[in-house]
Design a protein. Structure first.
Length: 306
């Protein structure tokens, strides 16, 4: 007679097959690039491969929601993005950061205002003046309604007294393509997501929404330098459903810690112009809790409606 085998007992063999790493954003953007670099380096520290699967849409809700609705066995891991602590305040997500067990934070990046290289504005002041001259006409792309880049642009409006036309896309990459095609006037995404085109001379960054200038773009001023008190950006990490067994979570945390510590990870992120910002599971959980509270008050202040 076979004795019943508990779910925990199955977890003892983890991982016995490839693990799906779900990216809640479109291919070609910073989140996708980070996930693929991480998955490649993780081969050294994990007995099974991480298979990257892009699931864009609804500002990350589709991808993160798919992982939450999956069996909590560690074979479907989500890249968590900053929208996780924003969308619940807009009633666009039925889940929150508290529904996940954090594995690690890998990255943090500021927002930036980027325009075409041949645009008539060469400074952020000129761009603001143009926005004020034609209220509501400047088309600024974001990665979806309620996304971090939507809030960055809304925060920009709030701090500069401007009125923008917010244009949502299914991720930063499609928004950047629209900017390159001249369909919109600017994007409020991270420098990493426009870096290739800036270096290629097709786009230019007018300002970054950070406390300090970025090493890779040290000639680009911060908004704070221009007396605009706004510092806002995204972050990316890893998480699994709350009910995932401890030993599975611990295996994933150890894999993430070792992979993040690999010099190749920092080198890869530097090439992608992504900011390396590792936090272990506990610190990542506390950071999400803080951000959840911050974005609640920002959403209320700028009056974003779902």
């Amino acid at each position: 007679m076979l004795l019943p085998t508990s779910f925990a007992a199955f977890a003892e063999d983890y991982p016995s097959k490839p693990v799906e790493l779900v990216v809640p954003a479109s291919a070609g953007g910073g989140t996708d690039a980070l996930a693929r670099s991480f998955a490649e380096l993780a081969k050294k520290n994990f007995p099974q491969p991480l298979i990257v699967n892009d699931k864009p849409g609804a500002s990350g809700v589709i991808g993160m929601g798919e992982v939450l609705n999956s069996k909590p066995d560690g074979y479907k891991v989500s890249v968590l993005i900053a929208e996780l602590v924003i969308l619940p305040h807009l009633n666009l997500s039925k889940f929150t950061y508290a529904d996940f067990r954090p594995i690690a934070r890998l990255n943090a990046d500021p927002a930036a205002i980027t325009v075409k290289a041949d645009a008539p504005w060469n400074t952020i002041e000129e761009f603001i003046a143009a926005c004020k001259a034609k209220p509501g006409e400047m088309k600024v792309g974001n990665s979806g309604n309620g996304s971090i880049w939507h809030l960055a642009a809304a925060g920009f409006e709030d701090k500069t007294g401007t009125k923008l036309s917010h244009v949502p896309f299914q991720g930063a990459a499609p928004g950047v393509i629209a900017l390159l095609g001249g369909h919109i006037d600017a994007v409020a995404v991270s420098p990493a997501e426009v870096a290739t085109h800036v270096q290629g001379g097709k786009l230019k960054i007018l300002a970054v929404m950070a406390d300090e200038r970025l090493k890779a773009f040290d000639k680009v001023p911060t908004l704070k330098e221009r007396k605009i008190d706004l510092s806002i950006g995204t972050w990316r990490g890893l998480g699994v459903p709350k009910a995932t067994p401890d030993n599975v979570v611990n295996a994933l945390r150890e894999m993430a810690r070792k992979t993040a510590a690999d010099p190749g990870m920092r080198e890869s992120m530097d090439k992608l112009n992504l900011g390396f910002s590792y936090l272990d599971a506990d610190a990542f959980g506390k950071a999400m809790e803080r951000d959840h509270a911050y974005f609640k008050q920002l959403v209320e202040k700028v009056g974003i409606k779902s």
